[in-house]
Design a binder for this molecule. Sequence first.
Ligand code: COA
Length: 336
Amino acid sequence: MNQPLPAGVCGVRILGTGSMVPERRLTNDDFSRMLDTSDEWITQRTGIKERRVLDLRTQGCSTLAQGALERAIENAGIKAEDLDLVIVATVTMEMTCPSVACRIAGAVGAKNAAAFDLVAACSGFVYALNMAETMVRVGRARTVAVIGSEAMSSILDYTDRTVSILFGDAAGCAIIQADADPTKGCIYQHMGADGIGGHALYIPKRETDVPADDADNPIRLGYLRMNGKEVFRFAVTKFKEVMEDAFAKTGLTPNDVSQVICHQSNVRIIDAAREKLGIDPAKIYVNIDRYGNSSAGSVPLCLDELWRAGKITKGKPFMMVAFGGGLTWASSVWST
Ligand code: COA
């Protein structure tokens, strides 16, 4: 971030997107051979049929983040040196230092970019995009790569059927840039957190991180622990609230938007919110059947698939909504 930038409020546009998932598929039938579960149970309770998993001996969060970034750079038609900021939203970085963002910025040759990781679990990409958009809008940055990337398989206890069946590995990236038209970009954003509820979904490192009321949870230290029912209740309520808030504050109705991109947590959670708000199913993209819940990777993976399919149409706003560990939640409404 070493170039002089014009001060003042400008517009922001998405220049291009990219995504990457591992080649290896883990199907519900694979799980039923490993654990006491079935394709029927998983499909009915979650809508998931398969998810992708990395080969953790040689790959990790950075592998996917870099792949998504490279594809987005190509799609945006820019050079890596044009980037002045790279943000990676993740909870599954190989190392906290150096960050995934520093490693992949270095690997692709983004030598003019500042780089850092952001932790907001499944809300991470929407948090990061909101921050990046604000920096571009006020002239603190011109071209920014925002990535959500997760190697969820590195924090799953595959002996526990209640958690491991839900998640998969994936990354997505959006490259945004300053635009002369100030009406373009994020027209509304909201971010929230509830640290008191954080133990519904968490990754303890030490025994002391585990509260007494979760001591019987069989999942080991270093792995994702979850109270499924509590998260389900939180998610259904929060999803609806966050979407209602975004529609009310922008004055938009579900008819006015081209797409509502929801974090892919569970198809029942998405359907509950969609039904309560009366949103046309064609406007809520679902790919959880193919990828499971890829945490911060989920929203940008959907965005990339929709972007490349021409579903993010010019002149029509679209909305992104996520919730997750922390607990956290976020929305971002864009005018295109
Ligand atoms: N296969 C078969 N049975 C399973 C199972 C599996 N993979 N996982 C749990 N079960 C069993 C339970 O042990 C329980 O058995 P019991 O009745 O004998 O005790 C039964 O199925 C019902 O479990 P329950 O936890 O009540 O199921 P559920 O309907 O609440 O569905 C989730 C479980 C995890 C799918 C659901 O709670 C959920 O989606 N929660 C939100 C998770 C989420 O989105 N997390 C990420 C947020 S970003």
